[in-house]
Design a protein around this ligand. Structure first.
Ligand code: HEM
Length: 351
């Protein structure tokens, strides 16, 4: 793991005073730094209107698979860059089958939110701080550096996009492309600009807590979620796998994972772990297949009387699962975020 964090990157960007991002000095500045992923500190946006006006020449040269790219000044509007990035994420998904890890990336950036803290970005949440090595190296984030590497070329291509937006865009797009619901997303999140803004370790739920239901309530209520939202969001485990070398959970491989698609191995919660449907609830209720994973926190959804009401409903009724999931996931994607413009940017008109 440590070695995978050694990805080096050189960033040089010039920002003009007229459009200097808020977190940078207002005077013209030439910033140049070379370091590990902790320096992926592309800054927040100046304003809705100046996003596409900012003079920026980014020269990224990286080792560790990200390639070497010289990026010209990007003239496209922020909305157009979001749409372009969404297309590129769709292509990435088709070739890499990385839907699950992109969903996890978005969740782990947003899920650090503390509703009791008012100040941004100290309240944490969807502010892109997960791009910093300080946060990526937390045990709960093991493996997510691979997700960052996958989307870094898209960030390089659309340099004005914030990491905070890109993480949530990638997650929502992955869910939709896997057959899940369309999530009512908005964009314009600002990025935390320094690793000093990373939350302390231990904000995300632990699968092996001694009282899983109590633990989930404690952690998710800090984010502002109720029982129904805890259950429905857990349904994201309809996608993906656990890998012992990452989380210490799951089997090294099963009959459902040994041939991929994508990197083989791990243990999935569902048979078709790249398809977003309600099979997670059916499987963890039935516990019928040793090749499928049930974490203690998954099992609690059918053991705790309050959680069970929702879990039973979602096992029976995919439409309700999709509707409630879309709503809760939009809320998750917005946790702690600061939007510019304040009302956010919506890419698609409501259906
Ligand atoms: C209820 C508390 C939760 C716990 C204890 C938990 C725990 C875990 C663990 C241990 C893994 C395996 C990681 C690995 O080995 O790579 C995992 C994977 C995953 N989690 Fe969760 N999780 C929770 C909630 C969520 C939520 C709310 C979401 C999204 C909304 C989510 C999305 C995912 C996805 C998509 C994967 C698969 C990642 C992959 O295949 O690379 N999880 N989770």
């Amino acid at each position: 793991m440590a070695s995978s964090l050694q990805t080096t990157a050189s960033f040089h960007f010039f920002s003009s005073s007229s459009a200097a991002p808020r977190s940078l000095p207002a005077t013209p500045s030439l910033l140049s730094f070379s370091s590990s992923l902790k320096s992926l500190a592309f800054s927040p946006l100046s304003s809705h209107f100046s996003r596409h006006q900012r003079g920026s020449a980014v020269n990224v040269s990286t080792s560790g698979g990200l390639g070497s790219v010289a990026i010209p000044k990007c003239a496209a509007s922020y909305t157009d860059q979001l749409k372009g990035a969404r297309e590129d994420i769709r292509e990435l998904l088709k070739s890499k089958y990385c839907h699950p890890i992109l969903v996890r990336l978005g969740w782990h950036d947003a899920g650090t939110y503390n509703k009791k803290v008012k100040e941004w970005p100290q309240r944490s949440g969807a502010n892109g701080s997960l791009r910093f090595e300080a946060e990526l190296k937390y045990k709960s984030n093991t493996g997510l550096v691979d997700a960052l590497k996958l989307i870094q070329p898209i960030k390089d291509k659309y340099p004005d996009l914030t990491y905070a937006d890109l993480f949530q865009l990638a997650s929502a797009t992955a869910i939709e492309e896997a057959g899940g619901p369309k999530i009512p997303m908005k964009y314009g999140r600002l990025d935390a600009s320094s690793p000093d803004h990373c939350p302390e370790e231990g904000r995300l739920p632990a699968a092996g807590a001694s009282s899983p239901a109590d633990h989930m309530r404690k952690v998710f209520s800090r984010m502002g979620f109720n029982d129904k939202e805890i259950v429905v969001l857990s349904g994201a485990h309809t996608l993906g796998r656990a890998r012992p070398e990452r989380s210490s959970w799951g089997k090294p491989e099963t009959k459902y994972t040994k041939n991929g698609p994508g990197a083989p191995g791990g243990q999935s919660w569902t048979v078709q772990w790249l398809k977003f449907d309600n099979s997670y609830f059916k499987e963890i209720k039935a516990k019928r297949d040793e090749d499928l994973l049930v974490l203690p926190t998954d099992a609690a959804l059918f053991e705790d009387p309050s959680f069970k009401v929702y879990a039973e409903k979602y096992a029976e009724d995919q439409e309700t699962f999709f509707k409630d999931f879309a709503e809760a996931h939009a809320k998750l994607s917005n946790l702690g975020a600061k939007f510019d413009p304040p009302e956010g940017i919506v890419l698609d008109a409501a259906p």
